[in-house]
Write a protein that binds this ligand. Structure first.
Ligand code: HGY
Ligand code: MN
Ligand code: MN
Length: 408
């Protein structure tokens, strides 16, 4: 049963959602649990209700729209996230959620009631840009993080996630994870350059690489930039800069899938003529190989210890997120490949460089992901773009696989 899409809905809804938190250059800024996130949530919940979905909000703010099946069985669930980073594009996360709604629209239009219920979800704070860890809502859903621990996460202004969730009116009643899916699928843009460079239409995602996020707080001594000889300096900013150079060289030297990023850095007092006495920065390390990721973490820790001793500064570290690589269910991955090929779409198997809610759902049920190309591999950038034909193709693969699973 191949249900065709009314193409415009998906593209129009992506545009409509992108207008919420719209920023210069065509992107979106809807950081988790902000008013923009609330407005985005309200819009998508409205669309879920228009599609006659039974909408539930759980205690960490995950939203699930449920479509009844002929039998009251564990549902086939699809979904992603609608929160964005501060310089986000319009497809990261949003695409998977809105394509899930198109699956429901196609079933409604064909008056099909599948054997199993079908569910479309968006999870809270996938990005982890404001509150860490990332994939927070799906991690709580999968039982990997307690509610109170999640509520206690604070942003840079000291606002707690639980308070922010309550403030936007999405601290729901249902227990996260109460609805255990039979299978979970996430359709997502690749966010990297591989499919676009190789001109392949569908990425058959076999795994998600390991993620290591650490925040370092360095304390030195502020001093006069002109009068303080180099031998007397205890420069917190120097250590931060040294780590940035170190992790970049480390990733190049390790090669393979190793990547490393110092994405955020704040110096105090941050003045041209004062040696910084405080630096707070983050290191994001990733690798598909857990042993290599551990090796990279150990090398960074050793480097920081050496420089801290030489510069006589104190360093405190805090793990913000740490997830081992996740392998998706092999037979479900095969079905993604089958349905893409059945639509004569070129495919290639690959790992995911980015973290996704699917990596948490794999803890609960067989899970797989479908990628579509990102033009020039750009993402977490307002210029993020995927061609409409690719958006529709990916959604069609999702629909055909969902229908197959929902009849299983
Ligand atoms: O960082 C990530 O991989 C995801 O965008 N949260
Ligand atoms: Mn995403
Ligand atoms: Mn993202």
């Amino acid at each position: 049963m191949t249900l065709k899409f009314a193409d415009r809905h998906l593209l129009d809804n992506l545009d409509a959602l992108a207008r919420i938190g719209a920023i210069e250059g065509g992107g979106c800024a809807r950081l988790a649990l902000t008013d923009e996130d609330r407005l985005g949530r309200d819009l998508v919940v409205g669309w879920m209700k228009e599609l006659d979905l039974d909408v539930r909000v759980d205690a960490i703010g995950n939203v699930i729209g449920l479509r009844a099946g002929r039998e009251n069985l564990p549902p086939i669930m699809t979904g992603s996230h609608i929160d964005t980073v501060r310089t986000g594009g319009r497809y990261d996360g949003n695409y998977g959620v809105l394509a899930g709604l198109e699956v429901v629209r196609a079933l409604n239009a064909a008056n099909v009631v599948t054997r199993r219920p079908v569910a479309v979800a968006f999870f809270t704070n996938e990005e982890g840009a404001r509150f860490q860890p990332d994939m927070m809502g799906s991690l709580v859903y999968a039982g990997g993080l307690g509610l109170n621990e999640a509520y206690a996460a604070v942003d840079q202004d000291g606002v707690a996630a639980g308070d922010a969730l309550r403030r936007i009116g999405y601290l729901g009643a249902t227990m996260p994870g109460a609805l255990k899916p039979h299978a979970f699928l996430e359709l997502h843009i690749e966010q990297g350059p591989i499919l676009d460079e190789e001109k392949v239409r569908i990425g058959v995602v076999e795994s998600v690489q390991g993620i290591s996020w650490t925040e370092y707080t360095v304390t030195g001594v502020s001093n006069h930039a002109g009068t303080t000889p180099m031998r007397l300096r205890r420069d917190a900013g120097y250590l931060a800069a040294s780590v940035n150079l170190f992790v970049r060289k480390l990733a190049w030297d390790m090669g393979g899938n190793q990547v490393a990023t110092v994405g955020s850095l704040a110096l105090r007092p941050n003045l041209i003529n004062v040696v910084p006495n405080r630096a707070v920065f983050t290191v994001d390390l990733r690798n598909t190989d857990e042993a290599k990721l551990k090796e990279a973490e150990a090398a960074v820790a050793a480097h920081i210890a050496d420089v801290a001793a030489a510069e006589r500064v104190e360093v405190k570290s805090k793990v913000l997120a740490r997830f081992e690589p996740v392998i998706f269910d092999a037979s479900l991955v095969d079905r993604v490949e089958h349905h893409a090929m059945a639509l004569s779409l070129s495919t290639r198997r690959m790992p995911s460089g980015a973290g996704h809610d699917a990596q948490m759902m794999q803890r609960l049920c067989p899970t797989a992901m479908i990628f579509v190309p990102s033009v020039a591999g750009l993402s977490h950038n307002v210029k993020e773009h995927t061609e409409p034909a690719d958006l529709i193709a990916g959604a069609q693969v999702l629909l055909n696989l969902m229908v197959e699973l929902a009849e299983s």
